[in-house]
Ligand binder design. Structure first.
Ligand code: PAF
Length: 273
């Protein structure tokens, strides 16, 4: 696997595969790899001739007071894991490579970027869409891989690909969960054991919602059942819980446990809603 820090370096490495019309796949990430990332890497490696991952903790998608500084970082470990999972090229630029002095252009995300995560984190999806468009232009992949855990992010990216006519196929890979049901996230590393136990209220609430929906209650019952579980969750603060169309009816939620903010979602069965 090649580790490259510059845009010019990426272009150079990908020149020959592009000339040979090889299928290039891209997995954009912010590092601190866990099994969720590794699943994306393995899918990309299995489905593409050249598997590229980017590793960049994107300052533009963090709001003031969020966890940009404490976001987990560990390039050596990540490099090793990416290689093992079949990545051929890891692009890990510094902030100046992505946002050089004078940088001033951004992707404006419409309504979809203002609700749920967008309402709690103003400007978040503008930062995500802008960096993803840059990464797409740098790597020019045929396919891009995203995790369903960030369902709204995947929907924002899908909308951008369509609206801006980008010739990239979007692959959204199912959520990977720990044995206790918690969705894998780099931010789980912040949780103390007691906080982790409390955080389980979120996946339990979503599961209760899914079951209520399947039992014939539709989306209203799903939301009500999930709300009931979260209402009795101790030591958590609910940021939002809602049903939204994120490439299918989705029950999505965000909670705070101590100083950690976690998100999760479940796709409700189309026919039961
Ligand atoms: O999901 C993430 O890790 C980030 O939002 C992404 C897509 C890499 C953009 O910075």
């Amino acid at each position: 696997m090649k580790l490259v820090r510059s845009v010019a370096g990426v272009r150079e490495v990908l020149m020959a595969p592009r000339e040979e019309a090889m299928r290039i796949g891209l997995v954009p990430t912010m590092g601190a790899f866990h099994e969720g990332h590794l699943t994306l890497f393995r899918s990309c490696a299995a489905e593409c001739d050249v598997a590229v991952a980017s590793l960049f903790v994107n300052p533009a998608q963090f709001g003031p007071g969020e966890d940009l500084e404490r976001y987990p970082r560990g390039l050596d470990r990540d490099t090793h894991l990416a290689e093992e999972a079949g990545i051929d090229l890891l692009f890990a630029p510094g902030a100046e490579e992505i946002y050089p002095p004078g940088f001033q252009t951004a992707v404006e995300v419409g309504e979809l970027g203002q609700v749920l995560e967008g309402a709690s984190r103003p400007g978040h999806f503008r930062g995500v869409a802008t960096v993803c468009l840059k990464l797409f232009n740098i790597v020019q992949p045929a396919v891009a891989y995203f995790g369903r855990k960030d369902a709204q992010q995947a929907a924002v990216i899908g909308t951008m690909l369509r609206d801006l006519n980008l010739p990239i196929e979007l692959r959204v890979i199912p959520i990977v969960r720990d044995a206790d049901g918690l969705a894998l996230s780099s931010r789980n590393a912040y949780l103390q054991p007691d906080e982790r136990r409390r955080a389980l209220a979120l996946p339990r609430a979503l599961q209760a919602g899914l079951e209520a929906c399947r039992a014939g209650g539709g989306t209203d019952a799903a939301l009500a059942a999930a709300q009931r579980v979260l209402a009795v969750g101790d030591g958590i603060e609910v940021d939002y819980l809602a049903v939204a169309d994120l490439d299918g009816p989705t029950l999505a939620g965000a909670i705070r446990v101590g100083s950690t903010r976690l998100i999760d979602n479940v796709l409700l069965d189309e026919e039961a809603t």
